[in-house]
Design a protein around this ligand. Structure first.
Ligand SMILES: Nc1ncnc2c1ncn2[C@@H]1O[C@H](COP(=O)(O)OP(=O)(O)OP(=O)(O)O)[C@@H](O)[C@H]1O
Ligand SMILES: [Mg+2]
Length: 241
């Protein structure tokens, strides 16, 4: 977990973020079922709760975030299904003019021209992965190869942060994973960790985020983890800034 930020440091970060809008965060991994949509949906709400104008772009043909939104009593109005490259470029480039401060992209578990565009056009790529060695290997060997290809094609630096997701609540040691990630020129370790919590799936039954499900077990901890992810994203972005 990242250290909780003190109020002064947080105020400074938030001020700096305002001069670096929009922040474009892409959840991407060509492997399915690692938590891209779950995190995109909840990170978007986390930023809404922090007071930002958010847009969640559902680039996945499965339309998971759009589908969850359809289950809601009152759907979010800031979720858009994006099916073509022209619209994605327009949104990334024009997000500040339409007032969006934070763009969250859910790219789906497949490799395509559209998902590569999302990877390229984002300020920060986040790749969720479990702490299983085989899964981490897939990221280090296969996914970083995809990122390398995008770099070659576009002549720009492309990288992604590995976000440990669905981690057992008591697991503490991830040194072996960090060592594997260090091997890859394209991957860095994200410090915040998201634990395996039943609240994610249960809150989805009626399209809610974890923030909207105070009656479910793990609510407080899940909120802390999501907010920690947001603060770390802000910190990375303003430091790059
Ligand atoms: N931190 C977590 N704790 C518990 N369950 C989780 C967590 N993250 C994801 N899940 C569960 O894992 C399953 C797969 O998650 P999700 O659909 O978000 O993956 P995905 O990467 O978007 O998959 P796809 O590639 O098919 O789009 C879902 O049932 C989700 O509720
Ligand atoms: Mg998905």
């Amino acid at each position: 977990m990242v250290e909780p930020l003190d109020k002064k440091k947080l105020d400074l970060l938030l001020k700096k973020l305002a001069t670096n809008f929009p922040l474009v965060v892409n959840l991407s991994h060509q492997k399915g079922g690692v938590g891209k949509s779950t995190l995109a949906y909840n990170i978007a709400d986390s930023f809404r709760i922090l007071g930002y104008k958010v847009k969640l772009l559902d680039v996945d043909i499965q339309n998971t975030c759009g589908g969850l939104n359809g289950l809601r009593e009152t759907p979010f109005e800031d979720i858009e299904k994006v099916a073509d490259e022209a619209r994605l470029v327009e949104l990334i480039n024009d997000s500040s003019t339409d007032g969006s401060e934070i763009l969250i992209i859910d790219t789906g578990g497949f490799d395509s021209a559209l998902s590569r565009l999302a990877i390229m056009g984002s300020d920060i790529n986040l790749t969720p992965v479990s702490d299983k060695v085989t899964e981490v290997l897939a990221v280090v060997q296969k996914y970083s190869q995809t990122l390398g290809e995008i770099e070659m094609d576009t002549d720009t630096d492309v990288s992604s942060y590995v976000l440990l997701n669905r981690i057992h609540p008591f697991a503490k040691h991830f040194e072996h994973i960090e060592e594997m990630i260090e091997e890859s020129a394209q991957m860095d370790m994200f410090k915040s960790i998201v634990r395996d919590r039943s609240i994610y799936d249960k809150s989805f039954i009626d399209g809610r985020t974890i923030f909207e499900a105070p009656e479910l077990k793990g609510h407080e901890n899940a909120m802390d983890e999501m907010l920690s992810v947001c603060y770390e994203l802000i910190e990375i972005h303003v430091n790059k800034g």
